[in-house]
Ligand binder design. Structure first.
Ligand code: PRP
Ligand code: URA
Length: 207
């Protein structure tokens, strides 16, 4: 395994336990998705560049910093929307691209149904948002599409990753850094993550 950063902050471990619990209701699931997503975004934005800015406090002049607006979010529909809505507060000016992918229930192979990316992604750090990295098919396809459009710096933010998915991204896209709050054990015969948390989209959207 390479290029993987495990974010195991105590707040994350607490929230993740609530997300994993099958008895957690939709409202609570959303609340803890917010906490986990915001912590991941904080970590993933650590590599953002800063520009210096001269300002005046009520007391004196000082040098401050502004984040250089160099990021793009790309949530993978539908579950990636959950991470987007809870992350926007930190970087509210960030352009957003969308890709719609849905896994076939039988084959676990993702089908693309929508794509719209902002201009100039070749100059930006593109952060793909998808809470679940299972076989890695959805994210690997997303990254391939982004590269076709010229993206050069791509990272992935996810909540739970399976070793199989990490390996797939490492093999197909060794340049992509992965931020995750959990690396689980394996995939079951239906390609669900074990222990995982079940179907993220269904639990978050209450379907
Ligand atoms: C889930 C999840 C990922 C994908 C992960 O989406 O949100 O996008 O599966 O699986 P993979 O790594 O094996 O591709 P799903 O296809 O269930 O669609 P949804 O987001 O609409 O629920
Ligand atoms: N998608 C999910 O939502 N959960 C899994 O365990 C695998 C794919």
């Amino acid at each position: 395994m390479q290029n993987v950063q495990l974010i195991d902050h105590p707040l994350v471990k607490h929230s993740l336990t609530i997300l994993r619990d099958k008895n957690t209701d939709t409202e609570t699931f959303r609340r803890h998705t917010a906490i986990v997503s915001q912590i991941i975004i904080m970590e993933a934005s650590r590599s953002c560049k800063l520009t210096k800015k001269q300002i005046e406090t009520p007391i004196s002049e000082t040098t401050g910093y502004e984040i250089y607006r160099s990021m793009v979010f790309v949530p993978v529909l539908r579950a990636g929307i959950s991470m987007l809505v809870h992350s926007r507060d930190f970087l509210p000016w960030t352009p957003v691209g969308f890709i719609g992918l849905e896994r076939d229930e039988e084959t676990a192979i993702a089908r693309e149904y929508y794509q719209k990316f902002p201009e100039n992604i070749e100059k930006k750090l593109v952060l793909v948002l998808d809470p679940m990295l299972a076989t890695g098919g959805s994210v690997s396809d997303t990254i391939a599409r982004l590269k076709e459009k010229g993206a050069k710096r791509i990272a992935l933010a996810c909540i739970v990753a399976a070793p199989e998915g990490i390996k797939r991204i490492n093999d197909a896209h060794p340049d992509v850094h992965i931020y995750t709050t959990a690396i689980d054990d394996h995939l079951n015969e239906k390609k669900y993550i074990v222990p995982g948390l079940g179907d993220f989209g269904d639990r978050y959207f209450g379907t």
